[in-house]
Design a protein. Structure first.
Length: 769
């Protein structure tokens, strides 16, 4: 061991912290700024105060090195775009005129200019703004924000480490700019980008940074040899710079795999690795490269994206092993704490014994500090923490909440037949046609109708006790009457009840299933100023009573036309929640599936002949590494089939997914054995229909002909044109007519016009068949 000794005190650190503030002050300030109620100066002051409070809190809790530059007004990838000067041409004037307004224009668009595309940050529920790069992109360094935030933290007398998105990940996350060749590979811009990073590093060094962290999560995905060699080149070049801080390359969300030897060899001073996902494999990989004897290793042993208390003894054992493998070992969360809520102490409705099972950002910080102390001074220095931790883990492991014998017996008795319908699709389809007697090109919607201000008020009134349950339910029924009558008048073929009773498609069910916990303040950033409160899958899942049947049955009692039952599928119920870490995901999915299966069967018994089970998250939870995907798809599709496998052949099962690219999972979608699928397609001109056709998808499908993400009303001509395009890929007997997704974010006026046009388009095209 050369420069650093293993006996040095282990340092506690994190890569990022929730940005919003304890009461979502940042959201309020930004939205206030957008509405003109908060000045730019006031917004900046709020932001600076939130950063300061976070740093002081982290330092006060014992974090030795705080992150800087992890703060953002909207998204840290967009901030990186600004840092490297890759402003899209269409935004240049706005950014030049006013950097802050130009920034928000890139994030959200304006009346005239489209925003950057937004997409999911790896397999989390955070969304980033996709950089647009082309052969003409010129990078220029703008380190101002990073330097300012570093100075702020240093000014508080803290040891601070700027965190940047690494150059390789930045390029791999980008897409070809409009006008660039579609097959343009942004990674080819690496040599142009590196000098800009060099400049930023030099600026940070000059401002006092000892270390700078470069985040390279893209390296935990399968990478080509060319990408790996570009990575090697990038860090050779940055490492060779004369005037630079020490470099820490951080990876998270999975193991590094083939990228580990590349980074181990690179002339950088530190690596940060995730030891929560695939920890054992990661340790083996590390041993196989001979460890990192001359590097600082930051061990992400506290899960940064789930909310369970850490198993401190297991983490200490991992850290102990790592001591033998690296020049110096420090302790961190596996990734930025951006992905978890702030503080369990805010949760007054969760019983204290259960609250002790949970760790949000604040509690995780304490765990990291405890682990660093235990690593440096031995377990004797943390006996009280270890005892409390052991007690919390034992209480969770033995609780009747996490172990319900009846649920376990039922899940254990599931047979292959349970996960299969009694007749194959080809036979069911005849029974269903005879039974439903729908026209060709049947029209329907995806489920939700506009969530009006009155509905939200009604829910708030119920919560605050201003109306009672009966009063609330009458308001929901009134809405259902309105929605049904509108659909009848408009001439839709398969109706929906409109989901007026649902606050959210996951939370609504989570609140009714035992085993799920809801939080009051557990906000997590989804994108920009949008925060979600994912429920927590804490225990074994049961459905004490039917969840949707009376609403669907009520809607059906108002009309002769079929009303489609509407449920959220098991994979989505997991994907948009915090999941159990004490059993395989597939086991949790199976429990949720069995609860939903009862709901599906009850809907059928109540006379529902069409039932939709939404799985918009099926693709987004696809594992990052291809090798892990078959196992995931196996349990995911089984859970869907278990949910829907108990109905009669004549009952038509629909599913819905809201994305346009999914060529890689068409097989899995077929494995769901649903009868009808609806998908997003309007913006991509029915691309989805062609993909289904290319893959020989044999079932009925409704590629959306109405883009519900925009208030724009499609004309009859436009919708008809999309249908004709769809017909080139999918025969009329199997083509449905529907919007891209639910209408809950739309207003009534545009919804009315758009659905009228959609029905008119279906009639027009039927007339041409
Ligand atoms: N049925 C849901 C709705 O219409 C589906 C939402 C979704 O796909 N995200 O709102
Ligand atoms: Zn959707």
């Amino acid at each position: 061991m050369t420069t650093e000794s293993a006996a040095a005190a282990a340092r506690a650190t994190v890569y990022g912290y929730p940005r919003q503030g304890p009461n979502r002050e940042l959201k309020k300030a930004i939205e206030g700024y957008w509405k003109g109620r908060v000045t730019a100066g006031a917004l900046r002051a709020t932001a600076a105060e939130l950063r300061r409070a976070n740093w002081l809190q982290l330092a006060g809790a014992g974090i030795d090195e705080v992150p800087t530059g992890d703060f953002s007004y909207y998204d840290h990838v967009l901030d990186t775009t600004v840092m490297v000067g890759a402003i899209p041409d269409r935004h240049r004037d706005a950014v030049a005129a006013d950097p802050l307004d130009g920034y928000f224009a890139m994030a959200r668009g304006t009346q005239d200019v489209a925003p950057l595309e937004m997409t999911k940050w790896f397999d989390t529920n955070y969304h980033y703004l996709v950089p647009e790069l082309g052969p003409d992109t010129v990078f220029t360094a703008d380190s101002a924000r990073q330097v300012t935030e570093l100075r702020e933290a240093l000014g508080l007398g803290l040891a601070a480490r700027p965190v940047l998105v690494g150059p390789v990940t930045y390029l791999l996350l980008a897409k070809p700019a409009p006008g660039a060749p579609a097959d343009f590979e942004p990674l080819t811009l690496l040599d142009r980008l590196l000098p800009v990073y060099a400049e930023v590093l030099a600026d940070l060094r000059a401002a006092g940074a000892e270390w700078v962290q470069l985040d390279e999560p893209a390296l935990v995905q399968d990478r080509t040899p060319a990408e790996l060699s570009a990575t090697g080149r990038a860090y050779r070049d940055l490492g060779a710079l004369a005037d630079r801080p020490k470099l820490l390359v951080a990876s998270y969300f999975d193991r590094l795999g083939e990228a580990l030897p590349v980074l181990a060899k690179a002339p950088v001073e530190g690596l940060a690795l995730d030891f929560t996902e695939a920890a054992a494999a990661h340790l083996e990989e590390l041993a196989a490269v001979g460890g990192l004897p001359r590097k600082r290793l930051i061990a992400g042993v506290v899960n940064g994206r789930n909310i369970w208390v850490n198993d401190l003894e297991t983490s200490l054992a991992t850290l102990g092993t790592l001591l033998g493998l690296a020049g110096r070992v420090d302790v961190a969360a596996s990734c930025s704490l951006l992905h978890v809520p702030l503080d369990t102490a805010a949760e007054r409705d969760i019983e204290p014994p259960i609250l002790r099972w949970l760790a949000f950002a604040r509690q995780k910080t304490a765990e990291i500090v405890t682990l660093a102390r235990g690593l440096t001074r031995g377990t004797g220095a943390i006996t009280a923490e270890l005892a409390a931790n052991r007690a919390a883990l034992a209480s969770r492991a033995t609780s009747p909440i996490t172990r319900d014998p009846a649920v376990r017996a039922r899940a254990g008795a599931v047979t292959d037949a349970d996960a299969h319908r009694s007749q194959p699709y080809a036979e069911r389809v005849t029974v269903q046609r005879a039974h439903l007697r729908l026209p060709l090109l049947p029209t329907t919607t995806i489920g939700s109708f506009p969530q009006t201000g009155e509905l939200r008020t009604a829910r708030a009134d119920l919560r605050e006790g201003r109306i009672d349950r009966a009063g609330y339910e009458e308001r929901v029924r009134a809405e259902i009457r309105e929605v049904i009558s509108f659909q009848e008048r408009t001439g839709l073929d398969v109706l929906v009840h409109g989901e007026a009773e649902r606050n959210d498609m996951v939370q609504y069910f989570a609140e009714q299933l035992t085993g799920y916990l809801a939080t009051r303040h557990g906000w997590v950033q989804s994108y920009g100023t949008r925060y979600v409160r994912p429920p927590i899958l804490a225990g074994d899942i049961t459905r004490p009573e039917p969840m949707t049947v009376r609403w669907t049955a009520y809607a059906q009692s108002l009309t002769e036309r079929p009303v489609k039952g509407m449920l959220t599928g098991p994979v989505t119920m997991l994907a948009w929640s915090f999941v159990r870490d004490d059993q395989p995901l597939g086991d949790t999915a199976r429990q949720v599936a069995l609860a939903l299966r009862d709901e599906v069967n009850d809907l059928e018994a109540a006379g529902t002949s069409v039932i939709q089970v939404d799985e918009p998250a099926l693709r987004e939870t696809l594992p990052l590494r291809a090798g892990d995907r078959p196992a995931y798809l196996a349990w995911a599709t089984e859970a869907f089939r278990l949910t829907t496998g108990g109905v009669r052949p004549g009952t038509q099962i629909h599913t819905h997914m809201c994305y346009a690219e999914f060529g890689d999972i068409v097989r899995a979608i077929d494995d769901l054995d649903a009868d009808v699928i609806s998908l997003e397609a309007a913006r991509s001109h029915m691309q989805v229909a062609r993909e289904l056709a290319t893959h020989g998808y044999p079932r009925e499908a409704g590629p959306g002909v109405y883009d519900i993400h925009s208030p724009r009303v499609p004309s009859v001509r436009e919708a008809a044109e999309l249908l004709r395009t769809g017909l080139k890929a999918i025969p009329a007997e199997r083509l449905w007519v529907n919007p891209d997704c639910g209408l809950k974010t739309r207003g009534w006026p545009e919804t009315r016009s758009a659905l009228r046009n959609l029905v008119a388009a279906a009639r027009t095209v039927r007339g041409e068949l």
